[in-house]
Design a protein around this ligand. Structure first.
Ligand code: PEP
Ligand code: MG
Length: 325
């Protein structure tokens, strides 16, 4: 199988019926970067910036961050990169920023909520990203946005930071796209203006699923109880895609499930055109996508959704085995 994956490494992920899917990789450590070449990823769809904060016991310096982000740009060699601003709290505990114990950390003071309450940290981080870009284009996204105003406020902080950089005489990126992670069901129902304002939306399936089913992603007793290919969740994902299409807002999926071939096939069938995953998953997912007719897969999913089954998994696994393998 490894040989087969390396054979298709430099080939695009195009389905049998000609649909092109963009496969990106998730990263967070400088050690992940060499995979950019080897995996066949077309860019970094999610760079988790919190890891540089998690491994220290004091606030990193802007110059150190800028240097590290600079290495990400170098490694990408012109391929697109999406930096996610600090996503801490909940499962990601940063000792020097640790809030008082919270009864429900996953529902607590985390991610964009911390950034908006302590904008100094986000500004410092944004400056590091902007300087590291050295004029190259960059995508920046905010994690865990639950309502339109949070996105507006975060975007305003970014715009002010850019203005300030210009005033200080720094080069700014030739293009800055600003997106939101859709990780709470509420954002799927945000006003139209949110979808118009966002340059792109990335579905954080790990969190979105936990909140959709009210099942803690860290709790072994419940986390596998609800299938990603559950009819309710898949229908929800399809509706999110449709809202994005309505406003021409690019939408991607960057949770762990994007790296599983059956899930990736179903996501592409319901309309997702960009998937971001751990580098080792790109080969197997590309192999799967290149072997299916997505329009037929979409029909099969529709049928499976009407069957009364809780999840389309069994039917889609069988469909794949019968029609393709
Ligand atoms: C997600 O929630 O799906 C996601 C990609 O972010 P993280 O796993 O870092 O919370
Ligand atoms: Mg998340």
């Amino acid at each position: 199988a490894l040989e087969r994956f390396s054979e298709i490494r430099d080939k695009p992920a195009v389905s049998k019926d000609g649909t092109r899917i963009n496969l990106l990789m998730n990263a967070g450590l400088l050690a992940d970067l060499p995979s950019l070449e080897g995996s066949g990823a077309e860019g970094v769809g999610l760079f988790r910036t919190e890891l540089q904060f998690l491994v220290r016991n004091e606030m990193p310096k802007r110059t150190d961050l800028a240097q590290q982000y600079g290495r990400v740009f170098e490694a990408a060699k012109g391929k697109p990169i999406t930096f996610r601003t600090l996503d801490i709290g909940s499962d990601k505990v940063v000792p020097f920023l640790k809030p008082e114990d919270e009864p429900n950390p996953a529902l607590g003071w985390r991610a964009i909520r911390i950034s908006l309450d302590k904008p100094g940290i986000m500004r410092m981080q944004l400056e590091a990203i902007l300087r590291a870009a050295k004029g190259r284009p960059v995508n920046i996204m905010f994690p865990f946005v639950a309502q339109f105003d949070e996105f507006k406020d975060a975007k305003a902080i970014l715009e002010k930071t850019v203005e300030n950089e210009l005033r200080l005489g720094h080069v700014i990126p030739s293009d800055i796209k600003v997106g939101a992670m859709l990780e709470t069901p509420s954002l799927a129902f945000a006003p139209n203006q949110f979808f118009e304002m966002a340059d792109f939306i990335s579905i954080g399936g790990n969190d979105l699923k936990q909140f959709f089913f009210a099942a803690d992603r860290e709790n072994e007793r419940v986390r596998r109880r609800y299938d990603t290919l559950n009819v309710s969740f898949l229908t929800f994902l399809e509706q999110i895609c449709e809202r994005c299409f309505e406003f021409d807002t690019p939408v991607s999926f960057c949770g762990e499930d994007a790296g599983r071939p059956l899930e990736a096939m179903c996501f592409a069938a319901i309309g997702l055109r960009t998937l971001s995953m751990r580098p080792a998953s790109i080969g197997p997912v590309k192999d799967r996508l290149r072997s299916v007719n997505l329009a037929e897969a979409k029909e099969a999913i529709k049928e499976a959704c009407l069957s009364g089954d809780q999840s389309v998994r069994d039917r889609m696994r069988k469909w794949y085995a019968d029609h393709v393998a």
